[in-house]
Design a protein around this ligand. Structure first.
Ligand code: PSV
Ligand code: MN
Length: 397
């Protein structure tokens, strides 16, 4: 460990920083006009776990994989042991469980807020099964994203739908084991384009509060309007003890699912800074699940996931370099230039030499991407999966 106290703090933060990767980031995806295929894309849950295992093997910081129940658990609860087996085989754990109440035909007009009580019941039943899956896989978080909303003015009773959501989330919360949490994700639009029932952090916050004490808000960085100040949302949720986790990705226009930090690395740094500043001020660790929510259409899937994890680690490391005590004093005296410089200096610091040293001490490769490329894994899966993937793409029409 280095002698300098700031480098020491950075080193300690590297020991604790972990980020979860999504199973769906390894499968073929596309745009709303169709899928682009890759010869090496994962074609089964087992392959997704195998690929995720590679990301963790080379980076050392992605020990868990978020799963989507419909996509990864073809037989629901009955698939739980099988999925757990894949995780163990490839050296990772099962992370957040994502129910899927948006793809089946019955959810055309919503799930927990569907005017039809039978559909609301079906959605509740699915979430309840996901809670059970979480208990079996040892997953802490049930991560809820709903597409519920409407696309034309006057077509939905928005207040009534809010009540249905409160009711459904309360019931779901009552089924949690003491170690489990519900994370409520928000998104302003898509696929509903007039109103979305859980459109922003305020709505997610109110619904999480109504659900119960172990429900928190999930911030997906791609789910905001242009120019929205995301780190301010983060600070408010922290101060309310309501920030449960993140879905990290970058965006230029809307929910673009771009590589973390590819468009605006300073944004990610500012989010990490606010969290670390909160931890310094309160003397307690913020209990936040850091997760990635990206599905790469154009870049190689495993390569981009490695790139993402490495970027997240670097930006988090930079944020640990902010001198909090000095910053607090400067803020108090309204020394604007010097206060801003506290952030800018930390952001400009090249943390890679210390990270390389940390990696060496852990027996990890200094350059995760190069090590993965040199391993021959990609060539192997491309030849094994190429044929299956050839027929997987195409248009939706
Ligand atoms: C929706 O856009 C979302 O962010 C939710 O988290 C889903 O679970 C995920 O993307 C699916 O790709
Ligand atoms: Mn998300």
């Amino acid at each position: 460990m280095p002698k300098d106290p700031r480098a020491e703090a950075l080193w300690k933060s590297l020991d604790t920083f972990r980020i979860e990767i999504p199973s769906w980031g390894f499968a073929n995806t596309g745009t709303r006009f169709g899928k682009f295929t890759q010869p090496g894309a994962a074609t089964s849950t087992q392959e997704k776990f195998s690929d995720a295992g590679q990301v963790h093997h080379f980076t050392g910081i992605c020990p868990t994989v978020a799963v989507h129940v419909l996509w990864d658990f073809p037989e629901g609860l009955k698939s739980a042991n099988e999925v757990k087996g894949y995780a163990a085989k490839y050296g990772v754990g099962v992370g957040a469980i994502n129910p899927n109440v948006f793809e089946a035909q019955i959810y055309k007009y919503g799930s927990l807020a569907n005017p039809n009580p039978e559909v609301r019941q079906a959605a509740l039943q699915h979430i309840s099964e996901c809670v059970e899956i979480g208990k079996q896989t040892g997953s802490r978080d049930i991560s809820l994203w709903f597409t519920d909303g409407s696309s034309y003015p006057g077509t939905a009773n928005i207040r009534q739908r809010k009540k249905w959501f409160e009711e459904g989330l309360r019931k779901s919360h009552s089924q949690l084991a003491p170690s489990q949490r519900l994370l409520v994700e928000y998104k302003p639009f898509e696929p509903a384009v007039y109103h979305t029932d859980i459109a922003d952090w305020g709505m997610a916050l109110l619904l999480a509060r109504a659900a119960g004490p172990r429900a928190k808000v999930l911030v997906d960085t791609g789910h905001h309007y242009q120019a929205q100040n995301i780190e301010q949302i983060v600070t408010w949720l922290l101060s309310e003890d309501m920030l449960g986790g993140f879905h990290f990705n970058d965006r230029r226009y809307a929910d673009d699912d771009l590589t973390l930090g590819s468009i605006d690395p300073y944004q990610v740094f500012r989010i990490f800074h606010e969290i670390l500043y909160f931890e310094w001020e309160t003397g307690r660790r913020a209990d936040i699940a850091y997760m990635i929510d990206q599905s790469h259409n154009l870049k190689g899937k495993i390569e981009e996931m490695i790139q993402t994890a490495v970027t997240a680690q670097e930006l988090y490391a930079k944020a640990t370099l902010v001198d909090h005590e000095r910053l607090a004093g400067l803020q108090q005296k309204c020394e604007l230039v010097d206060a801003e410089e506290c952030l800018k200096q930390a952001f400009a610091t090249d943390v890679r030499p210390v990270i390389r040293e940390w990696k060496r001490s852990k027996g990890l490769p200094e350059d995760a991407l190069a090590a993965f490329r040199g391993s021959g894994y990609l060539q192997r899966i491309e030849s094994e999966r190429g044929e299956k993937n050839q027929s997987a793409g195409g248009s939706y029409a």
